[in-house]
Design a protein around this ligand. Structure first.
Ligand code: ADP
Length: 456
């Protein structure tokens, strides 16, 4: 087992990894930017090192600074969390070269699955159901038109190197294709340094359902069931739950077997997530694989009773998975709300100093956060400040628990998305489980005409 792990992240996920290390008796090193000097992950790690200024590019994305910090402190592994460098095949390679263990899949697996066109090809070969689309990147407008004609409109143009819901363009008719194709290429080039795009069929009102898997270096791969993540705003998840009301035991077994086979086919190790879109007939279509721990992993931990982060660490150290597929059972229902520092109506970010912070616990409540009553939310990073996760015997109890928890939460000094979450939790469609990725459109601010905005 490792003696010391460097946590290459900040906020709640850095703390989450530190918790796991403490329970396993492993020492920790926190890295931080100048904006995070007083953060809890710095306070609770055994050692800490400043890796640069506030800007992520100069600190949390700075591979040489992170590797140097690991070398100076003698860390034998790096946990990347999610976001930042968590899906960087380059960091995983540099770690390998420096004899530091990267807690995640092997670099060639990260590289393969991080290229969405290559991932599609590999997953299709492994028998995963696919939406009709291009075989690989599409390099000309003519080729794009031809494929779109074959698969039928609407289509979606996506960046091969995409992530975080950026660089996607929906096209409903041929006359819009050329312009959208060029814009998507330009956006992809600007955001990811690579302009390659591919095309697939666009589903009008799908659910987003994903499967958690975990595999060790001894050929064992197990799935931990699904998470429903259809409540999204601008392709960013807001509420996640497990199980999904749209998945029966039979479907869970069937899709679970599909993802386990697919993970084996690419020699997947460590934790990973297979994301799918599900149409109104219950048909699953592959979207992408995320080669890291996900923000929403706690809902899976709660219904299965498995500590995913500890399991990630053990596997990276060469241990066997501590359970088999037949040991995995699902109990009750878990829901997670991502609390963001933002205006609940306009969604404008609301960083700043917190004056009061209290999220009540009680039965069936877990709060993953690095916030406290005197924390300052810096403007430089993601706006998520806390994850409130609940568990109940069934979905109705979980919803009731989430509502009472958020109703009694006090966060002063900044604005948060808590009022928005309460609106969603009281919505009849949400309560009935009638979900789709378009659910949030009804909650979006109405765009005023430009002239009216100017006179306001
Ligand atoms: P990213 O890696 O940027 O998050 P994804 O491929 O995971 O991109 O897609 C993010 C979201 O975009 C999905 O959850 C879904 O809401 C929407 N989406 C992506 N592809 C399609 C599609 N073919 N049809 C309908 N919606 C899609």
């Amino acid at each position: 087992m490792f003696k010391k792990i460097l946590v290459a992240n900040r906020g709640e996920i850095a703390l989450r990894v530190i918790f796991a290390c403490r329970e396993l008796g492993i020492r920790t090193v926190a890295v931080y930017s100048e904006a995070d000097e007083n953060s809890l992950h710095v306070r609770f790690a055994d050692e800490d090192i400043c890796i640069g200024p506030a800007k992520s590019a100069d600190s949390y994305l700075n591979v040489p600074a992170i590797i140097s910090a690991a070398e100076i402190t003698g860390a034998d592994a790096i946990h990347p969390g999610y976001g930042f460098l968590s899906e960087s095949a380059y960091l995983a390679e540099v770690c390998e070269a420096c004899h530091i263990r990267f807690i995640g899949p092997d670099p060639h697996v990260i590289r393969l699955l991080g290229d969405k066109a290559k991932a599609r090809k590999a997953m299709k070969k492994a028998g995963v159901p696919m939406l009709p689309g291009s075989e690989g990147p599409v390099d000309s407008e003519e080729a794009a038109l031809k494929i779109a004609r074959e698969i039928g409109y609407p289509v979606i143009i996506k960046a091969v190197a995409g992530g975080g819901g950026r660089g996607m363009r929906i096209v409903r008719e041929p006359s819009d294709l050329g312009h959208s194709f060029r814009t998507a290429q330009r956006e992809a080039e600007a955001a990811f340094g690579r302009g390659d795009v591919y095309i697939e069929k666009y589903l009008d009102s799908p659910r987003h359902i994903e499967y958690q898997i975990i595999g060790d270096h001894h050929g064992n791969v197990v799935h931990l069931g699904e998470r429903e993540c259809s409540i999204q705003r601008r392709h960013q998840k807001l509420i996640e739950e497990s199980p999904s009301v749209a998945v029966s035991d039979k479907v869970r077994r069937k899709m679970g077997a599909v993802v386990v086979d697919a993970a084996r086919a690419v020699q997947y190790t460590n934790a990973g997530t297979f994301e799918f879109l599900v149409d109104d007939k219950g048909q699953f279509y592959f979207m992408e694989v995320n080669t890291r721990i996900q923000v929403e992993h706690p809902v899976t931990e709660w219904v299965t009773g498995i500590d995913l982060v500890k399991e990630q660490i053990r596997i990276a150290a060469g241990e066997r998975l501590s359970f088999r597929q037949s040991d995995v059972t699902w109990t009750g229902h878990s829901i997670e709300c991502r609390v963001n520092a933002e205006d609940p109506v306009t969604f404008v970010p609301s960083p700043g100093k917190i004056h009061a912070f209290s999220i009540p616990g009680g039965p069936g409540v877990r709060v993953d956060t690095a916030c406290h009553s005197e924390a300052t939310i810096p403007p430089h990073y993601d706006s998520m400040i806390a994850k409130v996760i609940v568990h109940g015997r069934d979905r109705a109890e979980a919803i009731a628990r989430m509502k009472r928890t958020l109703e009694m939460s006090v966060v002063e000094g900044i604005r948060t998305s808590i009022p928005l979450h309460l609106k969603i939790l009281n919505d009849p469609d949400f309560v009935a489980g009638r979900l789709s990725t378009h659910f949030m459109e009804r909650f979006m601010p109405v765009k005023k005409p430009v002239a009216a905005e100017q006179s306001a």
